[in-house]
Design a protein. Structure first.
Length: 627
């Protein structure tokens, strides 16, 4: 029973493909390729907010830095110093992280007053005045670390390692190279724990050792930062920014759960486009123009093409969209989205034969309508009596498919509407439960205008079908044009009511999980939508995403929440001068009060951004006698 139906369904698809015209997209969509389909402008308030978010993410990720073992050989064969198993011992986030932009394409980042400490096992030997073996642990605590980094935006080829530049890579991703980096450290404290004679020497020459380490760190920090930006970050940007599946770029369930009827089991967008369409289609984020910076404002232009498997090949391009004039706005960002995005999606969906709909008596909401014998209810045979006469007590099946890609046009008319132009074919089958026979092939031409409202994350609105025409191509049953007009009126009202029911209830706007919109303003203009909005990031989720993408190299340890909870900072403290704190079993036979002695205790790292207890400078150990 199932095999004949499958063969018939396949045959109907072949027939629909044969009936399709040679030109598979609307001529109104003709435009030159390689233009941007999306333009984004970030205003000063957006720059400030994104700087704050980046600061928080940086504070989350910096404690994960993996510091490699250090080997330093002294000049003149005076020995070698080894530091291994290095870990972060102290961290206090920077007091400020500021990002600013200026014309023509300058980007500056300034971080002020970050405190960082690290500790590792010390080994080796030196022979400066007397030979000394190195033991214990070496701890370096840096206070007031500040970094200033300048950058620029350009699409020229990569200049040199002396330049930091955001440019388009070969694959259209952003490319970063350094201009200049300057770092300063207000103070450095070097401590040798349990180091014996060498620890005593470090204490004696503490200031000189600390100054030398401070100069070494200042140069090393910029060197490492620039290496990460020039090499590692560029590779990650190339992987992240080119093409992404729609399932990653949007919340696919927001689309797939949208129903065209409120009843269960009705028609869904998934039944029209296929349930896995969001996995099979990719959106292209590649830059089509140079990034442009002005006074605390950044402009980006992306491709915006949506294609099957990310293969591209859309035969038409986006319409030209430009910023009309230098604009200022109280919102964080302004976005221009051309109708190229939905048109490229529908074009490739049409090429993959995904824009189709098969209605049977099993389809809820239309089962009573798809009959040739009407018993006390309205059905299609009431409009075409010939069906009842020729095929009594039969059921009907309708196969609808687009003969060319739907055209979506944004327009300013009537206060802003979205016009949809769809050309298709409807194949009508009759079935007696065992055999299915083609009864008619109808051409369909549909034009609809939609008005949409965007509030928070919900899209609502209404649709008006301004044109719905049916013409007979072939028919086993003769259907007059008047009867076709009646069918068109009925079907158009049915479709219009179904769509308006969906839009009246609204459906969630497909957005990345980490992004929220506030104070949204939407204007539909000619061939584009202008969106002004403030944004709100889910910083915890964004930080986890950054850990998996930008901060996932060998320079960073695996992110483990339990490990962070157990993060320790070695803080010298002084035991209270009370012998009552000493267990009785530990007291000497002839009790002598124990003098206060500085000891090291672990203080748990309770917050990855701040250190709760204040920083206490280490005290010098003194030897006490019992005399």
């Amino acid at each position: 029973m199932m095999r004949p139906l499958i063969v018939l369904s396949f045959a109907s698809l072949l027939q629909l493909a044969y009936l399709a015209p040679e030109r598979d997209y609307h001529p109104l969509l003709d435009a030159p390729p390689h233009l941007p389909g999306v333009r984004l402008r970030v205003f000063p308030s957006g720059i400030s907010y994104l700087s704050q978010v980046a600061s928080n993410i940086l504070a989350d990720q910096l404690p994960r830095i993996v510091i490699p073992d250090v080997e330093h050989r002294l000049p003149g064969d005076q020995g070698a110093i080894y530091i291994s198993r290095i870990k972060i011992s102290r961290f206090r986030r920077a007091e400020s992280n500021d990002v600013s932009t200026s014309a023509p394409n300058r980007i500056s980042w300034t971080m002020k007053n970050l405190d960082l400490g690290f500790i590792g096992d010390l080994s080796g030997a030196v022979n400066i005045v007397v030979p000394l073996n190195l033991t214990g642990q070496a701890e370096v605590q840096a206070e007031g670390l500040s970094v200033h980094l300048d950058s620029s935006a350009s699409c020229h080829s990569r200049l040199s390692k002396e330049i930091k530049d955001i440019e388009r890579g070969v694959n259209g991703s952003a490319h970063v190279s350094t201009i200049s980096c300057h770092s300063t450290i207000r103070a450095v404290d070097v401590i040798n724990h349990n180091g014996g004679l060498f620890g005593l020497a470090v204490t004696v020459f503490k200031q000189g050792v600390s100054d030398n380490v401070r100069l070494l760190l200042q140069g090393l920090i910029c060197k490492k930062v620039r290496k990460y930006l020039d090499e590692d970050l560029n590779q990650k940007l190339a992987e992240v920014q080119t093409r992404s599946p729609l399932t990653e770029a949007i919340e696919a369930n927001a689309i797939r759960s949208t129903r065209l009827t409120s009843s269960s089991g009705g028609i869904t967008l998934g039944s029209i486009m296929g349930k896995s369409f969001s996995k099979d289609f990719y959106i292209d984020f590649r830059l089509r123009e140079d990034p442009h910076c002005s006074m605390n404002t950044v402009d980006l232009a992306c491709a915006g093409e949506i294609s099957y498997k990310g293969e591209g090949g859309t035969p038409f391009g986006p319409p030209p969209i430009q910023w009309l004039h230098p604009q200022t706005d109280s919102h964080m960002i302004m976005l221009q989205i051309s109708d190229y995005l939905p048109n490229s999606l529908f074009y490739h969906a049409h090429k993959q034969r995904l824009i189709r709909l098969h209605l049977t008596p099993a389809t809820e909401g239309v089962s009573q309508f798809l009959r040739t014998s009407c018993e006390g209810s309205f059905c299609l045979a009431d409009l075409v009596p010939q069906l009842a006469e020729t095929y009594p007590n039969h059921t009907l099946e309708l196969s609808l498919a687009a003969t060319r890609a739907p055209a979506i046009l944004f327009s300013e008319k009537k206060g802003g509407v979205i016009s949809v132009n769809l050309g298709g074919v409807i194949v009508v089958f009759v079935s007696d439960g065992f055999r299915r026979k083609q009864a008619a092939v109808l051409d369909m031409d549909v034009v609809a205008d939609a008005k949409l409202n965007l509030q928070n994350h919900n899209v609502s609105g209404s649709v008006e079908l301004t044109k719905f025409e049916l013409t007979s191509r072939t028919a086993a049953v003769k259907i007059s044009q008047e009867e076709l007009s009646d069918i068109a009126i009925l079907v158009s009202q049915m479709v219009e009511n179904m769509i308006n029911e969906m839009l009246a209830n609204g459906f969630p706007l497909p957005l990345p999980h980490v992004l929220g919109l506030k104070n949204v303003s939407v204007d539909i203009l000619t061939r584009r939508i202008l969106i002004r909005t403030d944004v709100e990031m889910d910083e915890k989720r964004l930080s986890r995403l950054a850990a998996k993408t930008l901060f996932n190299g060998p320079q960073f340890s695996v992110q483990d929440e339990n490990a962070f909870k157990g993060f320790e900072r070695i803080t010298p403290v002084t035991r209270p001068p009370s012998h009552e704190l000493v267990p009785v079993s530990a007291r000497p036979a002839e009790h002598v009060p124990i003098r206060p002695e500085p000891v090291l205790r672990p203080v748990f790292y309770r917050n990855r951004r701040y250190i709760a207890p204040p920083y206490v400078r280490p005290l010098r150990r003194r030897a006490y006698s019992n005399n």
